[in-house]
Design a protein around this ligand. Structure first.
Ligand code: 4AD
Ligand code: MG
Length: 446
């Protein structure tokens, strides 16, 4: 088979990415990519190339190029796929610090003028862009957000991997609920058996913690909540650590240490992306230990003093979380919520059984809850009473009950929603931009 035209021409030059330009100064290289923008100025044309790793300003001079090559550069359309050959030259004024003097160009596909790329530099509405999410991802802001997301995920994994946690992933098809049945997506399994898409790996994580000591799972989770807010997705990614022989204080310590580690690593590795997003990083630089710790009781008092309608016993609404976090310059930890509003597995405080040994971490700047977790019920009798009180089918929980029969120990953990964390770090108005293809109440496409 003949070598494809894609690989053949100019193959005497190294093919690099824009991010590698610094190592090829004064060298002629090839960069495959897409036309981001084109500026013309008489006998010089400035195609701006993007390749997913950066932007490169190219300079094409009429006199230095064969007539047909110059013409084809001049007539390039936005998002046409091209392979540019040229010499890398340092230029302090250029976007990435380098420019490329064009020596040749191969057009892989020229986008037709009759059906031009729909996303132009002008302002588009969110609906228009969301309908074209498959293309919108090429835009600089979206690109930056997804790169921050990658860094968050890597930082989370680095933290757990270097602190003695074993990755043990939990199932996505589950036979029963974890957080209550109202928010489950039901699917048909085989032979008319129903299964549900997981809303948390926690219960399985508890079994894994008894086998491995410290574990984490990290995967997609699903919530059929009919909430149409800027903080809710129906499919989101959650990282959940779980630790044997751990109490609420240990859970809080790990949550705090992990968040600081994630923020630090994102600041270190995603400076340019945060700049693209115009994020005020001084706010992130303030994220340091210790995070303010307050009880639910204290939080209710603060909220009431600020004019909230909340009464003891009620759950915080998004507005309450916003008011609360605006009082502080770093994430806060609120613990001991009323047991009545928390899940069946939350351990009651032995000194005050009406409150649970649970904790929520609320991000600053009004971003609200990013982490929920706490200490679990580890006593067999108590667990049985809680399962009955919550009208849960005992048969479905036999395996979970076993964990309290065979060497039960105090244990706990938490879950952090990756998208909520990314929205906060990027300073985004809405969570939908934090995942490549968001799933929400009214959005299943593209
Ligand atoms: O507070 P949640 O419901 O806690 C649990 O699922 C526990 N079982 C976790 C555990 O202890 N292992 O959810 C945890 C986090 C929230 O703090 C939030 O960041 C995120 O998951 N989250 C959502 N993110 C996006 N869209 C939604 N609909 C979310 N629901 C929860
Ligand atoms: Mg929660």
């Amino acid at each position: 088979m003949a070598e494809s035209a894609f690989l053949a021409p100019y193959s005497m030059h190294p093919r690099i990415t824009i991010s590698q330009a610094a190592g090829h100064e004064n060298e002629t290289v090839q960069i495959p990519g897409w036309l981001f923008n084109l500026r013309k100025s008489g006998k010089i044309v400035f195609p701006q190339l993007r390749d997913g790793t950066g932007l490169m300003q190219c300079v094409a001079v009429k006199n230095a190029l064969p007539e047909d090559v110059f013409e084809s550069i001049k007539n390039l359309t936005q998002e046409s796929s091209i392979i540019v050959t040229g010499k890398i030259r340092a230029d302090a004024r250029a976007v990435g610090g380098f420019e490329m003097d064009v020596e040749g160009l191969e057009v892989i596909q020229r986008v037709s003028e009759a059906d031009p790329y729909p996303i132009t530099p002008k302002e588009h509405g969110t609906e228009f862009l969301s309908d074209r999410r498959h293309l919108w991802l090429r835009s600089q802001r979206q690109h930056a957000v997804i790169r921050v997301r990658h860094a968050v995920i890597k930082a989370v994994r680095d933290y757990f991997d270097s602190h003695g946690f074993t990755l043990v992933d939990t199932p996505i098809f589950t036979p029963a609920a974890c957080e209550g049945t109202t928010t489950l997506f039901e699917v048909n399994y085989f032979d008319d058996e129903k299964a549900y898409l997981t809303q948390s790996g926690q219960l399985y994580n508890e079994a894994n913690a008894m086998a491995f000591g410290k574990v984490y799972c990290f995967g997609p989770t699903f919530r059929a909540e009919k909430s149409k807010t800027r903080r809710h997705l129906t499919e989101f990614w959650m990282v959940e650590p779980e630790m044997a022989y751990a109490d609420l204080e240990e859970v809080k310590r790990v949550a705090e240490e992990m968040i600081i580690s994630v923020v630090t690593q994102v600041l270190e590795t995603r400076g340019p992306e945060l700049k693209t997003l115009e994020r005020d990083i001084s706010k992130l630089e303030r994220v340091a230990a210790p995070f303010p710790r307050l009880s639910y009781d204290e939080a209710v008092k603060i909220l009431q003093a600020k004019g909230s309608e909340i009464q003891w016993g009620g759950d915080f609404g998004g507005t309450d979380e916003t008011i609360l976090t605006q009082q502080f310059d770093r994430p806060i930890m609120v613990d001991r919520y009323p047991s009545a509003i928390k899940a069946f597995y939350m351990a009651p405080d032995p000194e005050r059984p009406e409150v649970a040994l649970g904790v929520d971490v609320l991000a600053p700047e009004g971003y609200g809850e990013i982490i929920g977790g706490g200490q679990r019920v580890h006593d067999l009798e108590l667990l049985l009473r809680r399962i009955a009180a919550h009208h849960l089918p005992r048969e479905a929980f036999e395996w979970y009950i076993d964990l309290r029969k065979y060497g039960t120990v105090p244990h706990g953990g938490f879950g952090m929603g990756i998208e909520r964390c990314v929205a906060w770090l990027c300073g985004l108005e809405h969570i939908r931009e934090t995942i490549a293809f968001p799933r929400m109440l009214y959005r299943l496409r593209p």
